[in-house]
Design a protein around this ligand. Structure first.
Ligand code: GAL
Length: 677
């Protein structure tokens, strides 16, 4: 399986091309150097125009053309949108939602997409029938490379079927109501349950229930995905399965999902518009999400399943990509572990709600359009990146990014909006390494920590059973662990640790968090490095938003607060534990300055290897590394709107041009190099 994907760099997503265009489209696909396509997404009303009446004509045609063109097809199942006849005949397949606080759920009209009930036995059966037919018909087809199951699954339905399933899920998890009542702390506000039928889905006043609801929603959709995949697994056991994910999308725990897919793929639509954030900030965010996708299956390459060669149609302002930005963002995905660049969409439809969305082929179908020319040019370049396929990223730094902990902190009443933004927190730490060209993996809270030099747990509110013990072993053996305010607050059912915070991490961190101060947005404190602080940390940094008031127990105080009644108290501490160190960063910086200084010092102290050690990276330029047994490849990308000058001490060959790169070299705005080390 891997083989096929590895050979098929630069696939493209075809949603569905009209038959009148097919011949021309395949001609252009060839010209653009495209070697794979995903087809059939949302095509149920064409595949089964009436209940039990099937028509596979257009798929047969595309598959036959793909075979002749030696293309690989990623064939979709159609469940992402249900046909009208089905929604009318079986209303239970339409989701129900509560329209507001404490209001009973209502059934949705048939409209849009991505809105089926995950529990409905009818919908599951209908999916299994059509998926079995697809698998039987195309399982042996030489063009079939992979299944693209459904599209961008999203969670959440509050119909009676889902309510019943939620209660069953809870019963399985807790065994009895006594355990559930204890775990959810239901005595508070008289919420004690005496019968399973009393448990609804929407009570926001029980945070532990909100988190279990999120777990259930994610699990239930995963269960639906597994049910609809069952015929594919049974009939075509050798054909890999992917689902197109959505980066850090909160409702689905992709760590759990990744175990059930063969290839991780995701849809990325960065807007390099400099608004509302700078293009460089956007670059950091999407690099993080690419790294997350690579990490979901322990470093295996992923696939950029959807991207747009031009503007989208759904942002507030859909600006054109500047010439070069399409290439830049495509190579960015490959730099972080994608073994292909796919597009939504091949050709702009003449009607419908995505007719103005960027596409490889415009309405006119001309080869002279900028988007087409840029895709074709990239296609030629990607062919030269064959040696990179399958390459891994040798990360020694890991950030713990745990969906369940995100859900739990999100559901907590008390912490400010800033403090609940786990994604921004993780990104703040990530950027310090990304800008230095130091590779980073993301980890779930249940992951092994061995093999890393530095493990960071930013705002890891929920600690899983055994996490602290793993951290202790990791640090004892010489690892560096970094925790922050709001790390180590509650157990897996959102009960706050009663032995002093940060709970079971108190021992390794050597501190006790006494109180947490949430600041108004315009308020500032200061983090003052102590004279002679370890790692040559020095200076004063503005602190903002969250200041944890800490007592050092066995830890050494590295920095103190400059203001307020806790001035002079610890703001950064380090605990020497076995052969390693455990750091606690108690305050949030007002900007990147604090974390940049801290992690910069850590990177030097731990001698973390940079992707491009012989060259200083100007702001907005990153270097990422991928390596195979035989090669090491450094992707250097300039995300700035202006050229930059780089000074290389070593000479290397740029795979994209075949030319040697050494000495002073100007990298144009959005320019990229892929250097063979
Ligand atoms: C994706 C979706 C595609 C298309 C695209 C537009 O989220 O999977 O079908 O709608 O967005 O950007």
């Amino acid at each position: 399986m891997a083989r096929l994907l590895l050979e098929s760099i630069q696939p493209v997503s075809i949603v569905r091309c009209g038959p009148e265009n097919l011949g021309h489209d395949f001609h252009q696909i060839k010209l653009a150097g495209i070697n794979s396509a995903s087809i059939g997404i949302f095509s149920w009303s064409a595949l089964e125009p009436e209940e039990g009446v099937f028509d596979f004509g257009f798929v047969d045609d595309i598959m036959a053309r793909a075979k002749r063109a030696k293309m690989a097809i990623i064939l979709a199942t159609p469940s992402g949108a249900k046909p009208n006849w089905m929604a009318q005949k079986y209303p239970e397949i339409r989701r129900m939602h509560s329209p507001g606080r404490n209001v009973a759920p209502l059934r949705e009209e048939q409209c849009g997409r991505h809105n089926h009930c995950p529990t409905s036995p009818v919908y599951r059966e209908k999916c299994q029938i059509i998926n079995a037919k697809l698998a039987e018909r195309y399982g042996g087809h030489p063009a079939l490379a992979m299944w693209h199951v459904s599209n961008e699954y999203g969670a959440g339905c509050e119909c009676p079927l889902c309510q019943a399933a939620f209660r069953q899920w809870l019963e399985k998890k807790y065994g009895g109501l006594k355990a559930l009542n204890e775990a959810w702390w239901t005595g508070f506000w008289a919420h004690r349950f005496t019968d399973w039928s009393q448990i609804g889905m929407t009570d926001g006043s029980l945070p532990a229930m909100v988190v279990d609801r999120r777990r259930f929603d994610s699990d239930q959709m995963l269960d639906f995905f597994r049910a609809e995949s069952a015929p594919l697994r049974a009939i075509t056991p050798d054909v890999p399965i992917t689902v197109n994910m959505m980066g850090t999308y909160l409702p689905l725990d992709y760590w759990r999902w990744a175990k059930h897919v063969d290839v991780v793929s995701w849809d990325a639509y960065p807007a390099y518009h400099d608004r509302p954030e700078t293009a460089v900030t956007t670059a950091g965010r999407f690099s993080f999400a690419h790294d997350l996708n690579r990490s979901l299956k322990g470093g295996k390459p992923f696939l950029l399943m959807e991207s747009s060669p031009g503007p989208t149609n759904w942002m507030q302002i859909n600006r054109l990509l500047r010439p070069g930005q399409h290439r830049m963002k495509s190579l960015q995905a490959v730099a972080h572990g994608s073994d292909g660049v796919c597009y939504f969409q091949l050709r702009k439809g003449r009607g419908g709600c995505e007719k103005f969305h960027g596409a490889v082929i415009d309405h006119v179908g001309s080869e002279d359009d900028r988007m087409f020319r840029e895709v074709a040019a990239l296609g030629r370049e990607l062919k030269r990146l064959g040696p990179v396929l399958g390459a891994r990223t040798p990360a020694k730094v890991a950030i713990v990014f745990d969906w369940e902990s995100r859900w739990m902190l999100n559901a907590a009443n008390g912490p400010s909006a800033f403090a609940k933004d786990t994604d921004a927190a993780a990104l703040g730490h990530y950027r310090a390494y990304w800008k230095r060209g130091i590779p980073v993996d993301l980890l779930n809270g249940d992951a092994k920590l061995d093999g890393y030099d530095v493990v960071i747990a930013p705002q890891l509110y929920m600690l899983r059973e055994g996490f602290a013990a793993r951290v202790e072993r990791f640090v004892e053996k010489g690892g560096t662990f970094v925790a922050t305010y709001l790390t180590g607050i509650a157990n897996e059912t959102d009960l706050v640790f009663s032995g002093g915070l940060p709970g079971p991490l108190r021992n390794v961190l050597g501190i006790r968090s006494m109180e947490t101060d949430y600041l108004y947005d315009d308020e500032r404190n200061e983090v003052v490095m102590r004279p002679g602080a370890p790692m040559a940390l020095a200076g004063v940094y503005p602190a903002a938003y969250v200041c944890d008031v800490v007592r050092a127990e066995t830890a050494e105080v590295v920095a103190t607060y400059g203001r307020d009644f806790y001035a002079g108290g610890p703001a950064i501490t380090v605990n020497h534990f076995g052969k390693g160190e455990a750091w606690y960063v108690a305050a949030a910086g007002a900007d990147d300055g604090l974390l940049d200084a801290f992690h910069g010092a850590l990177a030097r102290a731990r001698k973390l290897k940079r992707a491009l050690p012989d060259c200083d990276l100007p702001a907005g330029v990153t270097a990422q590394v991928r390596q195979t047994k035989t090669g090491r490849f450094i992707f250097v990308i300039n995300f700035n709107n202006d050229p930059v000058v780089l000074a290389f001490k070593k000479t290397r060959r740029d795979l994209l041009t075949g030319r040697a790169v050494s000495g002073r070299k100007t990298l144009p705005a959005y320019g990229a190099l892929v250097l063979e080390d």
